[in-house]
Every structure is written in C-alpha cells, then in structure tokens.
Design a binder for this molecule. Sequence first.
Ligand code: IMP
Length: 199
Amino acid sequence: MAKITKLLLASHNRGKLKEMTEMLKPFRIEVVSAADLNLPDVEETGSTFEENARLKAETLAKMSGFVCLADDSGLCVDCLQGRPGVYSARYAPNRDFDKGMDMLLKEIEATGDKKRSAHFACVLALADPNGKTQIFEGRVDGHIQPNKTGDKGFGYDPIFVPDGFGKSFAEMEAEEKAKVSHRGRAMEKFIAYLQTGTV
Ligand code: IMP
C-alpha cells in the first residue's frame, strides 16, 4: 500500500471518531469522516467483527476513492456467551446506552455469575480503493461492575473495568484509556504499519 497522506474514517460514531482522530494527531495525515463526505452508514451484515470492518472499509474506499479505515468493535460478556458482541450498538434501544447498560446489568445479574468477566474487541480494516485490505486487532480484558461510574468516553464505558485498574473506562482520561483499550491496541498496530509498512 502506498504512503497514506489522506485517510477516510468509515464511522458515524462520534465517540470512535474522536478517539481515532486524537490517536492520529501526531502523524501527518489528513483525516476525513464518512459524514464529512456525506457517505452513507454501511449496514453491518457480517457475523464477525472482521467481516463488518472489511465490509465498511471496502465499500467506502470504493465509493470515495480514498484509503479508508473502519473499526468494528463491541463488548463480549463471558456469562452471556460473548453477547452483545457484534450487536453491541444494536443491543441498546435507539442507541440509548444508558438503557442498554441497565438491560445488560440485569441480564448479567440473572445469570448469578460472580466473575462478570468480559472483554472489548476491536478490528480495524484498512482498505485501499484498488481492493487491498489489511486487518489490525486489539482486545482488552476486564469485568462488568454492578453500577455505572464516570461520565467520560462513550457506549458501555461506565460499566467496564479493565484488568489492573480500579475504575471504569468512563473514569479515565482519553490518553489513559487509549493506552489499554481494544481500539488503542489495534490503532498501535495500524500506526506501526504506517511507519514501517509491516505489521
Ligand atoms: P459498531 O462497531 O459501530 O457496531 O459499534 C460498536 C459498539 O460497541 C459501539 O456503539 C459501543 O456501544 C460499543 N463499543 C465499542 N467500543 C467501545 C468503547 O471503547 N467503549 C464503550 N463502548 C464501546
């Protein structure tokens, strides 16, 4: 893939866009979002994070003619057999994550599981308009706490506590979250690829 100077981020999710734009700041790359170019939201018809990330990146790279980076991510709870997983965005009614978190906490309580272990997963797909795609993955393990704490971040951040921390993602500053998060880890691999051309 040739040197990237302009990158389309294939997301309409403001939380993700903010995090990814922040992480790309030190590099000389002009970042545009799907909304900036009036590109549509691509329907996530895949059954894995990788399928959905590929679908979004490849569709929008072809439509726009730009190299495109798409993120598909979600929260996988062990006692719920990995749900909501790829359905994390759709699990919350009308994308109301406050309600979504309440529903998830109830479901977890009902299983009686004490460990409440979970992980966030992120797959980034980098597609060039000529049809070449690279994949970068990241994961962070932790548990779901019984209550919501913190008001930073987005989505399920107030209930997720990463291993080795006594606080939720929503209680962390963006830089602190980025160092350990699924997206931060996948972005680290993407940035290494940008700098060296290898993964
Ligand atoms: P999608 O990748 O657009 O399908 O959306 C993934 C969904 O997973 C988001 O809407 C969030 O609800 C959730 N999610 C992904 N990453 C994070 C995160 O870093 N914090 C909190 N929730 C997240």
